[in-house]
Write a protein that binds this ligand. Structure first.
Ligand code: ATP
Ligand code: ATP
Ligand code: MG
Ligand code: MG
Lengths: 263, 263
């Protein structure tokens, strides 16, 4: 059971879209996947068609220690794909956990408890857990990085998106230095690539020269079907599996599984 | 001196692009403008060509009470436009101010101190102060809303961007109920509108039916020149004043000044 934090404090770079569609593509090739929606807006939950009234328990309850992963997860319309929904309450986590000496380990402890259930034969394992992070380096994102085996960084092919990279990498180093020594960078995924626009190419080549082989070969193109799909409560792969966005996420899932095999 | 917080916790909706280009357009019609960059990535500072080494003091110093606005502001390449730069240290504000009973009033107090200087003839007033907020409803954004006369909400014409609106409005109500009774919503600006795509129209009409006259007539189109300009350290209006993005921000500045006159 590998835990991957999908994180980047720059807003609107495709974290949620990657969590939903990479998760769906992995589930479509038979892997059992859990998405943990750690964003107060609950975009991943909406994009997977989870009605706001069906979110009795959420990642907030898990982070504050009031519910386990198995109590909070619900199934989605996609076979093999479960989700722990997000909740507006997450905006209050920073304040609520401030005095708690274990504030950075809450998600790690919840994952460890689930792994113990699996070892005891009380539950079936997920092959991968994807954590959709909010656009900040706050306690929620630190929790995700502390619980994770690796960080997947969606990077929009825009100039301003390059600015926050060094801060993100320093944060990963900080977490690796204290909270989670085994944390590594799974990879960088270029998103919203528009081949008609020079800027996309410039950003892509700059990222490849900086991150080298860590950058996935698969590049996610800008594709309006990806942004339409959530309005139907479906991942793009169910909404329109032939569009360029869906095909790219299917390729990304395959590339990710190859990397996992080589590990 | 009116203070306007440019806020929306959804990431990547055009908060920084609006702060830079609306600020530049207002300065170009002769208004004296101050931008306060409250985002840890310092995108507004970069987009206005402020070199990272020239950011000796920042909005962080203002928020923790170690520097005044006039000590932290610097001029930009745009006449009539000054900026208080952003800084990575802002990521630590939440923790640093947690125990401070005045934690939500830091920016308000700095603005009040500046106003006192103006009354005493020690400084010239800004006609407007634009605060570029980070993509969260944390202490930094609450500070901006507490110091502000009104909130300007950039809203991307995308389905997922609608999700966070109710939480944003509740936060404005909360701030109005306790910290800043005079806070109102200046308006909603539709951004990244793409007329080739139905979704943009659907989102735009949904927003207009929800917010009515609060929605600016001016709609900002998706225009690649707006995303290229920051890589040259220039606002779009200096980089390419004839492009559709620049023209839209010039119209928005005029519409905003009309609204201010009618107030
Ligand atoms: N490849 C793409 N092509 C076109 N639109 C996209 C693509 N990826 C994401 N989008 C759209 O862009 C917007 C931002 O994407 P998304 O919400 O996934 O980013 P995020 O990083 O999760 O944002 P936040 O920082 O707010 O959590 C959404 O409206 C989404 O539908
Ligand atoms: N109208 C537009 N047309 C095309 N690109 C745009 C437009 N407005 C903004 N952009 C680009 O979209 C990206 C997101 O915009 P911006 O950074 O201003 O949003 P933001 O809300 O400030 O993001 P964050 O939540 O990270 O602070 C940037 O790369 C910017 O250059
Ligand atoms: Mg998201
Ligand atoms: Mg910004």
């Amino acid at each position: 059971m590998r835990v991957v934090a999908i994180a980047n404090q720059k807003g609107g770079v495709g974290k949620t879209t990657t969590a939903i569609n990479l998760g769906t593509a992995l589930a479509a090739i038979g892997r059992k996947i859990l998405i943990i929606d750690c964003d107060a807006q609950g975009n991943a939950s909406t994009g997977l068609g989870v009605d706001p009234t069906a979110r009795a328990r959420s990642s907030y309850d898990v982070l504050v220690g009031e519910a386990s992963l198995e109590q909070s997860r619900i199934s989605t319309a996609v076979p093999n794909l479960d989700i722990v929904p997000g909740s507006e309450d997450l905006a209050g986590v920073e304040t609520l956990l401030h005095e708690d000496p274990r504030k950075n380990f809450k998600l790690k402890e919840a994952v460890a408890a689930y792994r113990a259930r699996v070892s005891a034969g009380e539950d079936t394992p997920y092959e991968m857990v994807l954590v959709d992070c909010p656009p900040s380096l706050s306690t929620v994102t630190i929790n995700a990085m502390t619980a994770a085996d690796s960080v997947l960084v969606p990077l929009q092919c825009e100039f301003l998106a390059l600015e926050g990279l060094s801060q993100l990498l320093r944060t990963v180093d900080l977490v690796r230095g204290g909270l989670n020594p085994d944390l590594d960078i799974q990879g960088v995924v270029l998103t919203m690539y528009d081949r008609r626009n020079n800027l996309s190419d410039q950003v892509a080549s700059e990222v490849r020269s900086f991150f080298g082989a860590k950058v996935f070969q698969t590049v996610i193109p800008r594709n309006v079907r990806l942004s339409e799909a959530p309005s139907f409560g479906k991942p793009a792969i169910l909404y329109d599996h032939k569009c360029s966005g869906s095909e790219a996420y299917i390729r990304l899932a395959q590339e990710l599984m190859e990397r996992e095999r080589e590990r």
